[in-house]
Each structure stands twice: as C-alpha cells, then as structure tokens.
Write a protein that binds this ligand. Structure first.
Ligand SMILES: [Zn+2]
Length: 158
C-alpha cells in the first residue's frame, strides 16, 4: 500500500532517531508532552496515542521502564500498568463510544511487535464495519489533525 501523503511519519522518524536509545516510548516517558501525544505519564506507566493508528483513538499503554516482557515487571509496575490500561480503556469507551475494542500485545519480532524491546499494550477502538476502511486508514489517510482531534476528545474536561 502506498503512502500518498503522510508528513506525520517524518515527525515519528525524527523523534525515533533523536531518542537516546532509539526508543520512542522511553523518549516519551522521559519527556512527556502533548506534542509527543502522551496522554498520561505516571510513576510506572504511560499512555500515548499511536502515530500509526488502525482507527482513531488507537493508543498504547506501556511501562515506563524499557523491558520487553511482562515477566520483567515488578509487582508495583504491573499494578501501575494495569491501572493505566483500565483507565484508558474507560476513557476510550466513554469519550469515543466505539462498538467494541481490541486490547492486545505483540511480544517479540515474531509476535509482530513494531518495537519489540519495549513492551506496550495496544488499545484499538472498533466500530461496526471499520474493517472496510481500515487498510486505507492505517497506511494512507491519517492526518495530524485527526490525531490532534482524537487527543482533545480523550483529554478535555467534559
Ligand atoms: Zn524504551
């Protein structure tokens, strides 16, 4: 599939290469900002909008620490990660009102992880019929305005 016009990919590549250890999640955790689409950063976890969304509102929840598997997390980190996950599942449901959700983890390159070194949980809101347009949305149609508008919907005081 071709990328017709996707300037946000440049930002992504830039922030990736500027990351001290080449990890955009560590970069976001170390310097959380709206510009980096960070929704929340607490002592143990962060939530961040995915720059490569399958659907509007596709976000990632990750431990702050750069680890590649659940088994490497301490108890407090595990609880913090889980609480953050539950919070943002709740935000997605109440703010974006999807018909359903996918929550999933890809571990390791063979498991399909785009960033296998830093564990992250995908939260993907789903709407009836969205598979019809998903391939297009995923690779060509997502604009910065859409990410900004999703960020606002998920974070503004209601
Ligand atoms: Zn990392």
């Amino acid at each position: 599939m071709k990328n017709l016009w996707a300037p946000w990919r440049m930002v992504y590549v830039e922030s990736w290469s500027e990351s001290p250890n080449g990890c955009f999640l560590c970069d976001a955790a170390g310097n959380p900002s709206r510009e980096k689409l960070v929704l929340e950063r607490n002592p143990h976890a962060l939530a961040i909008l995915n720059l490569y969304p399958y659907n509007p509102g596709h976000l990632l929840v990750a431990p702050v620490r750069h680890v590649d598997d659940f088994s490497l997390l301490g108890e407090e980190e595990s609880v913090g990660l889980y609480r953050t996950l539950l919070k943002w599942i709740g935000q997605v449901k109440s703010r974006l009102k999807p018909d359903g959700l996918n929550v999933g983890v890809n571990i390791g390159v063979a498991g399909g992880a785009g960033l296998p070194q830093h564990l992250h949980i995908h939260v993907v809101p789903r709407w009836r019929g969205d598979t019809d347009f998903m391939p297009i949305v995923a690779s060509t149609k997502v604009m910065p305005e859409l990410l900004e508008s999703t960020y606002q919907k998920l974070t503004q005081d209601s």
